[in-house]
Design a protein around this ligand. Structure first.
Ligand SMILES: Cc1cc2nc3c(=O)[nH]c(=O)nc-3n(C[C@H](O)[C@H](O)[C@H](O)COP(=O)(O)OP(=O)(O)OC[C@H]3O[C@@H](n4cnc5c(N)ncnc54)[C@H](O)[C@@H]3O)c2cc1C
Length: 365
């Protein structure tokens, strides 16, 4: 089968590896040759690490990431509301780890022995039993399957589903950067305010991945940028890390959500953020992307036809991505409750909420 993967981010590289492990020989292209700028760090809950393990990369990941055994939820002043024993919760699935996004990208990149072609797709002509692709250098090629792994702004999605829903702003902007762990943060630790949160996770013995977000109406987003000083926005014990932002590579973004009715049409299918990008409240974006890769490869290897494989892929994956979307939304809603209600909710129900949100993701793919 002639397979083209468009996009070599987490989803595209994972899909290439999953397909190669099952004997396919896909072609992979990306408009940029490297790991890209975005992302800074990633938290990988147990199901995400399990997916990386199924790609045969567990040892490499364990070597290049940091263990996260506990998740601590605090109020805006740093008072502990709830502490989740993530090591215990995920013990039957996989360990929780934190790392740089570029590290996961590199592990996946090293795991494939093919050339990464630098180009992008300009046109997709979906013919009955194949797709004719025109690349931006004018080259034309035919493929039996085109996999859109080209992220939230996917060109494959735009060319295949011109009328589909667009990514929608969820009401928060965010800053992400990696700094020296001056605050001595040992666990995944978040401070929740009503309209803002500050999250720190160690990604090595000395480095901390910092994520800060703020609720801002769409028309005011343009007032903010990567250069915005963050110390005035936050109080509490994690604040010292914000002073280091000035010397860090800060990524600034609007958080969006993408909910599609369909993920495939003809011989084109979407995976990863191209199909289901969401805000990071559940830290599932990378994990879902790798799981998509595994399930798509499974179905392509096992199904009697391409159409059946794509239908089965969507049927197995979409409910899970929809669940993550719903959990992202309810977490955002919970933290916007009046302070006293929110604190009581996390103090007395934090662990129950965690088990409810992540329980289905601990199940099999
Ligand atoms: C603030 C924030 C924090 C996050 N934190 C976490 C976390 O802690 N844990 C977690 O699991 N997830 C997290 N995520 C989500 C995670 O980063 C993404 O879900 C994941 O990286 C998606 O990977 P992807 O390969 O689908 O898309 P991308 O990483 O966007 O990759 C898309 C690739 O396609 C290429 N491309 C784009 N257009 C074209 C084109 N026209 N032609 C060719 N190539 C193209 C791009 O160059 C890129 O290489 C977070 C996301 C955000 C926004």
């Amino acid at each position: 089968m002639r397979i083209l993967i468009v996009g070599a981010g987490i989803a595209g590289l994972a899909t290439h590896r999953a397909l190669s492990l099952r004997g396919f020989k896909p072609t992979i292209v990306d408009r940029h040759p490297g790991p890209g700028e975005g992302g800074a760090g990633l938290f990988l809950p147990g199901n995400s690490v399990r997916a990386v393990e199924q790609l045969g990369l567990l040892d490499a990941l364990l070597k290049h990431s940091h263990p996260i055994a506990r998740q601590r939820i605090c109020d805006e002043n740093g008072r502990l509301l709830s502490e989740i024993d993530t090591a215990e919760f995920w013990s039957a699935v996989g360990p929780c780890r934190a790392t740089r996004r570029s590290t996961l990208w590199q592990l996946l990149r090293e795991g494939i022995d093919t050339e990464l072609i630098t180009t992008s797709v300009e046109a997709i002509d979906d013919r009955d039993d194949h797709c004719r692709i025109r690349f931006d250098d004018g080259e034309i090629e035919d493929y039996d399957l085109v996999i859109g792994a080209d992220g939230v702004g996917s060109s494959v999605r735009r060319l295949t589903f011109p009328d589909c829903r667009q990514p929608e702003y969820v009401g928060n902007i965010c800053w992400r950067f990696i700094v020296h762990n001056v605050a001595g943060v040992a666990d995944w630790t978040v401070m929740l305010g009503r309209d803002r949160s500050l999250l720190c996770k160690p990604i090595s013995l000395s480095e901390l991945y910092v994520y800060a977000d703020l609720a801002v109406p769409k028309h005011e987003v343009s007032r903010y940028s990567a250069a915005r000083r963050l110390e005035p926005l936050f109080a509490g014990p994690l604040r010292p890390v914000l002073t280091l932002a000035a010397s860090a590579n800060v990524h600034f973004a609007e958080l969006v959500r993408l909910r599609l009715d369909r993920w495939y049409r003809g011989c084109v299918v979407l995976v990863g953020d191209a199909a289901h990008a969401g805000p990071p409240s559940m830290a599932q974006g990378a994990g879902l992307a790798v799981e998509d890769a595994l399930v798509l490869a499974d179905e392509l290897a096992a199904s009697p036809s391409l159409t059946v494989a794509l239908a089965r892929f969507e049927a197995r994956r979409k409910p899970r991505a929809d669940w993550v979307h719903r959990q992202n939304a309810s977490r955002d809603k919970a933290r916007r409750l009046p302070r006293i209600v929110r604190n009581a909710l996390f103090r007395f129900g934090g662990e129950m909420l965690y088990r409810h949100s992540y329980g289905p993701l601990a199940g099999p793919l």
